[in-house]
Design a protein around this ligand. Structure first.
Ligand code: AMP
Length: 189
C-alpha cells in the first residue's frame, strides 16, 4: 500500500531539506507544493500567474488550486510508493481534502517540526529567496500560526503526530526523522 508522510511546520523549520534528504536516502517521492508553485510561476502558466501574487505577499494560495494540484499527483501514486508531502496540507480544508482523496489508511505520520521564531527568521533571511524579506517572513509566520499550526492538533487527535525539534543540526534532525519513520513502519507494515 502507498504511504503518505506529512511534514508540518513553520517556514524555515527545514522541512524541505529533510524531505529531500530522506527521499534520496530511501528512494521515496518528495512533493513540495512550494517548489511546484515556483515552477509554475517560472513557466508563466495560468496557475503560476494566479499563485504569484499570493506567494509574493506571504499569503496562502487558495485551497481549490492547491487541492487540485496535489490530487493530480496522488492519482499517479503507485501501490508501494512512499510520498513525503512537504508544505501540504496548510489549512484544515486542505487536510480534509487530503483525507478524502488519500487511499484508506495511507496517511501514516505527520512530522511536526518546531523551532523558536528567532531561529526561523534568521534561517529564512540567510536563505534569501524572493519571499524571504523581513516583512513577508513576518506575514508567513502569522499565516502559519493562524491557518496551519492548528493542523498539529488535528493530526495529534488522530494519533499520528510526532514532534521533531528542528533547532538542531541538519544531520541530527535527519537521524531522528528517519528513526521516527522507521519505527512507525515497523509497527504497521
Ligand atoms: P514554501 O516553499 O512551502 O515555503 O511555499 C512558498 C509559498 O507557496 C507559500 O508562502 C504559499 O504562498 C505557497 N504555498 C505552498 N504550499 C501551499 C499550500 N499547501 N497552500 C497554500 N499556499 C501554499
Amino acid at each position: 500500500m502507498a504511504g503518505i508522510l506529512i511534514l508540518l511546520g513553520p517556514p524555515g523549520a527545514g522541512k524541505g531539506t529533510q524531505a529531500q534528504r530522506a527521499a534520496e536516502a530511501r528512494g521515496w517521492v518528495h512533493l513540495s507544493t512550494g517548489d511546484l508553485l515556483r515552477e509554475e510561476v517560472a513557466r508563466g502558466t495560468e496557475l503560476g500567474q494566479a499563485a504569484a501574487a499570493y506567494m509574493e505577499r506571504g499569503e496562502l494560495v487558495p485551497d481549490d488550486l492547491m487541492v487540485s494540484m496535489v490530487a493530480a499527483r496522488l492519482e499517479g501514486l503507485e501501490e508501494d510508493q512512499i510520498l513525503l508531502l512537504d508544505g501540504f496540507p496548510r489549512t484544515l480544508a486542505q487536510a480534509q481534502a487530503l483525507q478524502e482523496r488519500a487511499p484508506g489508511g495511507s496517511i501514516r505520520l505527520a512530522l511536526y517540526f518546531t523551532a523558536p521564531d528567532s531561529v526561523l527568521v534568521d534561517r529564512l533571511l540567510q536563505r534569501g529567496r524572493a519571499d524571504d524579506t523581513r516583512e513577508v517572513i513576518e506575514r508567513r509566520l502569522q499565516v502559519y500560526r493562524e491557518e496551519t499550526r492548528p493542523l498539529a492538533d488535528w493530526y495529534r487527535s488522530r494519533g499520528i503526530l510526532r514532534e521533531i525539534q528542528a533547532d538542531r543540526s541538519i544531520e541530527s534532525i535527519q537521524e531522528e526523522v528517519l528513526a521516527t519513520i522507521d519505527s512507525e513502519f515497523s509497527k504497521r507494515p
